[in-house]
Design a protein around this ligand. Structure first.
Ligand code: SF4
Length: 377
């Protein structure tokens, strides 16, 4: 299932990554799920029952209180799986899916948030069952533009069962996916939770090491992604490939289902984020979410080196990682492939590729901070 396919010829490093001791250690949960040693987190969430005296129709305040209690149970069971190495097959025998589970609770909370949408930090407050007038321009429908086994991702992730959702809550002037994220978000296929689960099943059966939710941006599609897991009966790690601008409420729901996080840490300050992606409060939101996510799954951070943004962004991003989450031995992919696209030529600082000198300077700084970044991409 996982070897000797066309991608293993193009990406031999993806095979080598299976035997890389550092990756195996740092990404232990993710590796264990993709070889079916452990159940993916969404299976654990499905095994936690809602207390009998609680109904999904109860007030939101009541649901959040129950959420706290069930999150404690989730954590206990998750730790038990790791401590006792409970394999997926064994887990299914021991812990049946609850009639109404923690995953159902998460889906219900997401559905209610959608009615005054605050999935991301824009907190537009619109009812997406009626309108698409928020920053992401999406109503309740999700649009999938493509899904396939991606062989261009980081070595431990390849082949990655990637699902590209239309639309985004950022307006990056240099976006490489500008077609689906900003210009034509509705040109994809409309999906409901059931066919989204079928897409995931197909990808896994064809050898995906993970399901990679990306876009555009997956965050506005949170309700459909959570609901799709209700129908998914096979085991596969869920990967969140995002700009990390989720609200705290959205993060609270994601922690029960995401096995590996792939945050895009673009900027080292708010000014560059506002100017180039048109988002406020960037550092506060993204760093808050990074700190929470690292406690709830494995992580590879992506940082795209932008020309003329070495001091203000690249070094600042690396310094923040070193000061705040390096103790978790987090992997950082320092990406060198920036090229001016979309509206980037209107911005003088972005109108060229990063120079070899700039890249070297970033690599040197990462080494100086003992960042784990080599051999990732
Ligand atoms: S997902 Fe974010 S941008 Fe879209 S409507 Fe909700 S709060 Fe607004």
């Amino acid at each position: 299932m996982f070897g000797n396919s066309y991608w293993s010829i193009v990406r031999p490093d993806a095979i080598a990554a299976l035997h890389n001791e550092v990756f195996k250690k740092v990404l232990n949960w993710y590796y264990s799920v993709f070889i079916d040693n452990y159940p993916a987190k969404f299976h654990i969430a499905k095994a936690i029952p809602l207390p009998k005296d609680i109904k999904l129709t109860d007030d939101m305040e009541v649901l959040w209180d129950v959420y706290k209690e069930l999150t404690r149970h989730f954590n206990e069971l998750w730790n038990e799986v790791k401590r006792n190495s409970i394999k997926f097959d064994e887990f299914k025998k021991r812990y049946r899916e609850a009639d109404t589970s923690l995953l159902d609770l998460d889906i219900e909370i997401a559905t209610r948030i959608l009615k005054r949408c605050r999935f991301c930090e824009w907190k537009c407050g619109i009812d997406r069952t009626f309108t698409n007038k928020g920053m992401c321009r999406l109503n309740i429908t999700s649009y999938v533009h493509s899904w396939f086994l991606h062989i261009g991702e980081e070595a431990p992730l390849v082949p990655s069962g990637t699902i590209f959702y239309g639309s985004c809550n950022f307006r990056c002037v240099f976006c490489q996916n500008w077609d689906i994220s900003q210009e034509n978000p509705y040109k994809g296929v409309e999906v409901n939770p059931r066919n989204l689960s079928l897409i995931q099943r197909e990808l896994r059966i064809n050898g995906a090491r993970n399901i990679n939710h990306v876009g555009g941006e997956p965050t506005p599609n949170l309700h459909n992604i959570l609901a799709s897991l209700k129908y998914l009966d096979i085991n596969v790690p869920q990967l969140w490939n995002s700009n990390f601008y989720m609200s705290e409420e959205a993060m609270n729901l994601l922690i029960h289902v995401i096995d590996i996080w792939l945050p895009d840490f673009k900027y080292g300050n708010d000014e560059c984020a506002l100017r180039l992606s048109k988002v406020p409060k960037y550092m506060e939101v993204v760093t808050r979410n990074l700190k929470k996510a690292i406690e709830w799954g494995d992580m590879i951070i992506r940082h795209l080196v932008l020309p003329n943004h070495i001091e203000c962004c690249s070094k600042s991003v690396l310094k923040w990682i070193a000061d705040n989450i390096q103790k978790y031995r987090v992997i950082v992919n320092i990406m060198d492939q920036y090229r001016p696209e979309y509206k980037a030529y209107e911005y003088k600082d972005l109108s060229r590729r990063p120079s070899a000198h700039e890249l070297e300077e970033v690599y040197r700084y990462a080494d100086q901070l003992e960042i784990l970044w080599r051999d990732v991409s």
